[in-house]
Design a protein around this ligand. Structure first.
Ligand code: MG
Length: 332
């Protein structure tokens, strides 16, 4: 049976989990299944996460420049450290390269350097190999967090309010613009949507501000899209969720891009991936305090729905109709 027939990425992760479990043994406090693993280190947790970007699966070189590719490769990993409530520290970057212009390689590392410096991380090592299969970039990102600041995705409780930071769907709108019109025309159509897709900002200070309130029950970052990621949070927590479509935070740039693309902005916001915003839950009465803490970082946050006892994840339309929230972004 092929991977695609067995259930795609989910089947692979299940296969790995069946063999290794999610052990919390020795100094490993949290294994497979969250945004990152946690390893006890003195009175802190060491955060470890890794993500791989593959040419023609995650990016196409005619639609992204080397600098943005480097930036994004590191940013998506820093985002996973942020999602645990942590501070990025060191990274290890392994890269597979076809025989491309050396200037492109230089640009990739400039992007990695700049996003790392911006969020306080330092490149500490890595590996380089020749690749016959396009550019491959694998980043291992380390971070640290004190045990009382850790936020996981498996602690959402029925009745919790669900919040997201800033706006969602911009990145997917940017991707659709790029695929439809190519880089220069897409940038003319919406510089901000294209930038959201090619050069995302990990929400490190927002996550720490939220964690600092002590009121967040669960948190993760939005990498695969709200529909998919909220379902992961709900499965991990043994709960369900209802999202109010009219409360989804959508930027005016995204709405304009959606109209131009003839796509539904609600669908872009729920099914679109790579927002790298934060998804978090808390008791409803704590939401204003968390929103205020996030606002102090210069970002925004809003309530989009609530965690439910029933284990399905649904979208509640303005007329009260209830729909399944939809499908995830699937690579295989
Ligand atoms: Mg994540």
């Amino acid at each position: 049976m092929k991977i695609s027939e067995a259930g795609g990425e989910r089947a692979i992760i299940k296969l790995i989990r069946d063999q290794f479990g999610s052990p919390a043994e020795g100094d490993l406090a949290l294994g497979i299944g969250d945004d990152a693993a946690l390893i006890r280190s003195g009175d802190m947790f060491l955060i470890v996460t890794t993500d791989m970007l593959l040419e023609n699966t995650h990016f196409r070189m005619e639609l992204i420049d080397g600098y943005q590719l480097g930036w994004k490769s590191a940013a998506v990993n820093i985002s996973d450290v942020a999602a645990m409530g942590g501070t990025p520290t060191y990274s290890f970057v392994s890269i597979g390269l076809p025989d491309i212009e050396i200037g492109v390689v230089e640009s990739i590392y400039e992007g990695i350097r700049d996003v790392s410096a911006k969020y306080g991380s330092v490149l500490a090592g890595g590996d380089t190999v020749a690749s016959a299969a396009g550019i491959v970039i694998n980043v291992v990102q380390l971070g640290k967090v004190s045990p009382d600041m850790v936020l996981r995705r498996d602690c959402a409780k029925p009745g919790d309010a669900i919040l997201v930071t800033n706006t969602i769907g911009d990145s997917r709108a940017g991707l659709e613009l790029l695929l439809r019109f190519g880089l220069s025309e897409a940038r003319r159509a919406s510089e901000s949507c294209v930038r959201s897709h090619l050069q995302p900002e990990p929400r490190v200070s927002e996550a720490q501000a939220a964690a600092g309130t002590g009121k967040v029950n669960s948190m993760m970052d939005l990498s695969d899209g709200l529909a998919s990621d909220l379902q992961k949070l709900c499965i991990a927590s043994g709960v369900g969720a209802g999202i109010h479509s009219k409360q989804l935070p959508v930027s005016s740039d995204m709405s304009i891009a959606a109209a131009r693309l003839d796509l539904d902005p609600t669908r872009l916001a729920t099914a679109g991936g790579e927002d790298y915003e934060l998804l978090l839950t808390c008791r409803p009465k704590s939401a204003p305090q968390i929103i205020e803490a996030i606002a102090a970082t210069g970002s925004s946050a809003c309530v989009i729905g609530e965690i439910t006892q029933e284990r399905d994840v649904v979208l509640i339309m303005p007329d009260g109709a209830v729909e399944p929230i939809g499908e995830s972004w699937e690579h295989f």
